[in-house]
Design a binder for this molecule. Structure first.
Ligand code: SAM
Ligand code: SF4
Ligand code: SF4
Length: 335
């Protein structure tokens, strides 16, 4: 059975936030003044167990689920994450399992992630210049070299690898070309993400957004004309453009070119709530049903009834919105 929402969008992808904690404090995601020592992260008993995450996934497979993305917070901080990957892989050998990471712990985990059954990693890196990198991630204990080592290791062990870069105007736009040259030279797809107004703490303003179109203009000066790639799947979040040499850049233009019409993603927060949009103000409690002993059929029915009434299209309505102060934080539900 294929489940569709009020806008006829199927539920194909589930993003699971395995932890709300992170070893970085990226200024656009977890600014230290809001996520400092006073911030209360989720207590252990509120976190879904790996068995519970696997149970939710199992309940969605008959409804058309095809992809899982493990995220957070920083997913590689959660202990024994390979156990979860192994359990998910056991459910279905064809399930596409990906993980988004800041890459700080990737070098040491890449081989075991692959062995457990992970298909792909997306690694976030916003600068090659150490000073810019450390000021954006608000860390002094990690370097771009460490992330690059993780990327190389992931390729070496056979994981699919893509790279994500969030661009903030006047902050890391000078890093666009160095990053593009680096990843083009090693043939790893690089996707530029427009700085988004997720959560309530990152002081987002439109003036700080560098549009995908502006980034393409800059890239064209170095790589020549970029041609849109034909035949992209509707549910792909990134628009792909190719150089004449066949290397593809991706652009995730949630602000200037929203893609809500094709949004097939549900999100499961680390404390077991389903969110139907990245910009949602509230989730739907699934943990209680799990902990009352609900069957996969009951969990599936609960999520199906949430999904069928889903009408979200925040990015398409952004201009018309009154600013809400209660949006959920990205580190909590996962990017
Ligand atoms: N910690 C992991 C990481 O950084 O890759 C996974 C979680 S992070 C929330 C997922 C993705 O969201 C990252 O690629 C990050 O750059 C992106 N992100 C976070 N805040 C953002 C924002 N305000 N605008 C655009 N992208 C954002
Ligand atoms: Fe952590 Fe990822 Fe958010 Fe940066 S973007 S603070 S690495 S969760
Ligand atoms: Fe999907 Fe919400 Fe993003 Fe639109 S704004 S693409 S509905 S997550």
């Amino acid at each position: 059975m294929t489940l569709v929402d009020a806008r006829n969008r199927p539920l194909r992808d589930l993003r699971i936030s395995v932890t709300d904690r992170c070893n970085f404090r990226c200024t656009y995601c977890m600014p230290r003044e809001h996520f400092g020592p006073q911030h209360s992260f989720l207590p252990r008993d509120e976190l879904l167990t790996y068995e519970e995450m696997t149970f939710v996934t199992a309940s969605l497979l008959p409804l058309g689920l095809e992809k899982i993305r493990l995220t957070g917070g920083e997913p590689l901080l959660r202990k024994n994450i390979t156990t979860l990957i192994g359990q998910l892989r056991e459910l279905d050998p064809t399930l596409d399992i990906a993980l988004t990471t800041n890459g700080a712990l990737l070098f040491q985990h890449a081989a075991s992630l692959k062995k457990a059954g992970l298909n792909r990693v997306t690694v976030s890196i916003d600068a090659l210049d150490e000073g810019t990198f450390q000021s954006l991630a608000d860390t002094t204990s990690h370097t771009p070299e460490l992330i690059l080592k993780g990327i190389e290791k992931a390729i070496e062990v056979g994981l699919g690898v893509k790279v994500n870069t969030v661009v903030k105007k006047g902050v890391n736009d000078e890093e666009i070309l160095p990053l593009a040259e680096k990843f083009e030279s090693i043939g790893v797809p690089l996707r530029f993400i427009e700085f988004m107004d997720v959560g309530n703490t990152n002081a987002w303003q439109m003036e700080d957004v560098m549009s995908g179109a502006n980034i393409r203009e800059l890239l064209a000066q170095r790589f020549g004309t970029l041609t849109p790639v034909q035949g992209q799947q509707a549910s792909e979040v990134a628009k792909r453009y190719s150089t004449s040499e066949g290397y593809e850049f991706g652009f995730i233009e949630s602000v200037t070119s929203p893609f809500c019409g094709d949004c097939t993603r549900a999100r499961l927060s680390a404390n077991g709530q389903i969110y139907t949009c990245l910009f949602a103000t509230k989730g739907h409690d699934i943990k209680s049903i799990l902990r009352m002993g609900g069957s996969t059929q009951e969990i599936g029915n609960a999520i199906a009834s949430i999904w069928t009434t889903r009408n979200d299209r925040y990015s398409e309505e952004r201009g018309a919105q009154r600013r809400s102060d209660t949006k959920v934080e990205m580190s909590f539900i996962g990017g």
